[in-house]
Design a protein around this ligand. Structure first.
Ligand code: FAD
Length: 395
C-alpha cells in the first residue's frame, strides 16, 4: 500500500474555516488532509464574541449581502448544533444624542425581515422603567429595543467540524505546521513538520486551500513563496470578563459615542463578557494581548450604561484575537468589510490554490460551500451541498 497517497485537497489551518471546508469536502467524496500548527481553534476562532449574528451594525456599511447570508445562517446552525448554539435576546437601549430611534427601528425591521427568520422571535420595544432589563442600567435609559441573535461556543464548533471531517475520512493533524509548498508536475508538494517530534513529511495534493486566518498572507509569502502579498488587514479585538453584572438572561447592545458598539453578554453563568474593540494590529497574531487603552475603553463604554460603573479591578479575565479582514481599503479598522473573499490561482497544468480571506464564524458554512464551488471548478463536481441539513456530532 502507498503510505502517502495523493490527496485531492490539502487544507492549511484548523480554525472554523479550515475545518468547515474539510468537513464539506470530505462529505462530497474528496480525500482531504488538514494541518493545524497549534491546536484546533487556537487562532481567531476561539477569541470571538461568540455570536451567531447577522451583524446589525454592518447594515450601516451597506453590507446587505453579508447580513442577509449571516441572518439566514442563524437558524441553520442552531438546528444542526443546538447543544452549542442557542438563541439569545439582545437589549439595545435608545440613547439620546446617538442614533435616532427611527434609524434603529428601520435597521431592526430589515434585520427581522431580510434573513428568512422562522423560529427566532421578532423585535419588540421595551419600557425600561418596567422591564427587568432596565434595572442594572442608569435610569436615563427609558426605552430600548429587544431583538434576536444567537450564541455559540466557538471553539467547540471548530472541534465538532474537525471531528465530523475525521469521522468521514479526512486526515486532521494538529501541532503540524506547513513549512513549504511548491508546484511539481501538476500537483502540490507540501512540507509539514510535527512540532512535537520535529519529524518532517511531504504530502502530495491536487489542490491547496489556504485557510490560515490572520496568517493567510504569511502562508502565501513564507510557505508558497510569493512576493508583495497584502490581502488582509489585521484588526485586533479584545474582551474583558467580569463577575456577573446582571441576572437577566438577555445580553446588551450598547452604542458608544464614537459610533462603535459593544456587547455585554451573560457568560458561563457567573460572569459578564464585555467586548469588543477594533484596532489595527501589526504583530504576530499569536502574541495579541489586550492593551491598557482597550481596557479603559471597554470599562468606560460599559460604565456609560450600567448604574454601577465597570472598574479595572472588576476584571477577572481578558482575551484578544486578530480579525483577518479582507483589505478593501477602508480608512478605519471598524469600517473594513466583514465579508469573505475567495481567490484562486493556478489551473491549466499549474496546481491550483484557493485562498480564503476574511469571514465570520456565523458564515463559515456558507464560506465552505463557496470554497467547494471553486474547488469543483478545478477538480470536477463530486457531490451536492449537504451541510445545511446535517447535524454536527452531538447535535
Ligand atoms: C474580537 C473578535 C470578535 C469576533 N466576534 C465574532 C462573532 O461574534 N461572531 C462571528 O461570527 N465572528 C466573529 N469574529 C470573526 C471570527 O472569529 C473569524 O472570522 C474566524 O474565527 C476566522 O476563522 P479562520 O478559520 O479563518 O481563522 P483562525 O481561527 O485564525 O484559523 C487559522 C488557523 O490556521 C493556522 N495556521 C496558520 N498558519 C499555519 C501553517 N503554516 N501551518 C498550519 N497551520 C497554520 C493557525 O494556527 C490557526 O489556527 C470575531 C473575530 C474577532 C477577532
Amino acid at each position: 500500500m502507498d503510505a502517502s497517497p495523493i490527496r485531492d485537497i490539502f487544507v492549511i489551518g484548523g480554525g472554523i474555516n479550515g475545518c468547515g471546508i474539510a468537513r464539506d469536502a470530505v462529505g462530497r467524496g474528496f480525500s482531504v488532509f488538514l494541518a493545524e500548527m497549534n491546536d484546533l481553534a487556537s487562532g481567531t476562532s476561539s477569541g470571538s464574541t461568540k455570536l451567531i449574528h447577522g451583524g446589525l451594525r454592518y447594515l450601516e456599511f451597506y453590507e446587505f449581502r453579508l447580513v442577509r447570508e449571516a441572518l439566514m445562517e442563524r437558524e441553520v446552525l442552531w438546528k444542526n448544533a443546538p447543544h452549542i448554539i442557542w438563541p439569545m435576546r439582545f437589549v439595545l437601549p435608545y440613547a439620546k444624542g446617538l442614533r435616532p430611534a427611527w434609524l434603529i427601528r428601520l435597521g431592526l425591521f430589515l434585520y427581522d425581515h431580510i434573513g428568512g427568520r422562522k423560529l427566532l422571535p421578532a423585535t419588540r420595544t421595551l419600557d425600561m422603567a418596567r422591564d427587568p432589563a432596565g434595572k442594572p442600567l442608569k435610569p436615563l435609559f427609558k426605552k430600548a429595543f429587544e431583538y434576536s441573535d444567537g450564541w455559540v461556543n466557538d471553539a467547540r464548533l471548530v472541534a465538532l467540524n474537525a471531528r465530523d471531517a475525521a469521522d468521514r475520512g479526512a486526515t486532521v493533524r494538529t501541532r503540524t505546521k506547513v513549512t513549504g509548498a511548491r508546484r511539481e508536475n501538476g500537483l502540490w508538494a507540501i512540507q509539514i513538520e510535527d512540532l512535537q517530534t520535529g519529524e518532517t513529511e511531504e504530502i502530495k495534493a491536487r489542490l491547496l486551500v489556504n485557510a490560515a486566518g490572520p496568517w493567510v498572507d504569511h502562508v502565501l509569502s513564507g510557505v508558497v513563496g510569493l512576493n508583495d502579498v497584502h490581502n488582509v488587514r489585521l484588526v485586533q479585538g479584545s474582551h474583558i470578563v467580569i463577575a456577573r453584572k446582571f441576572d437577566d438572561p438577555r445580553a446588551y447592545f450598547f452604542q458608544n459615542k464614537d459610533g462603535r458598539i459593544i456587547f455585554a453578554i451573560p457568560y458561563e453563568e457567573e460572569f459578564t463578557l464585555i467586548g469588543t474593540t477594533d484596532q489595527d494590529y501589526p504583530g504576530d497574531p499569536h502574541d495579541v494581548k489586550i492593551s491598557d487603552t482597550e481596557i479603559d475603553y471597554l470599562c468606560a463604554a460599559a460604565s456609560e450604561y450600567f448604574a454601577q460603573p465597570v472598574k479595572r479591578s472588576d476584571i477577572v479575565w481578558t482575551y484578544s484575537a486578530v480579525r483577518p479582514l479582507y483589505d478593501d481599503g477602508a480608512s478605519k479598522a471598524q469600517e473594513a468589510t466583514r465579508d469573505y473573499v475567495l481567490k484562486a490561482d493556478g489551473g491549466d497544468g499549474a496546481a491550483p490554490i484557493v485562498n480564503a480571506f476574511g469571514g465570520k464564524i456565523t458564515t463559515y458554512r456558507r464560506l465552505s460551500e463557496s470554497m467547494l464551488e471553486k474547488i469543483e471548478s478545478f477538480l470536477g463536481k463530486r457531490g451536492k451541498p449537504w451541510t445545511a441539513h446535517a447535524p454536527l456530532p452531538g447535535g
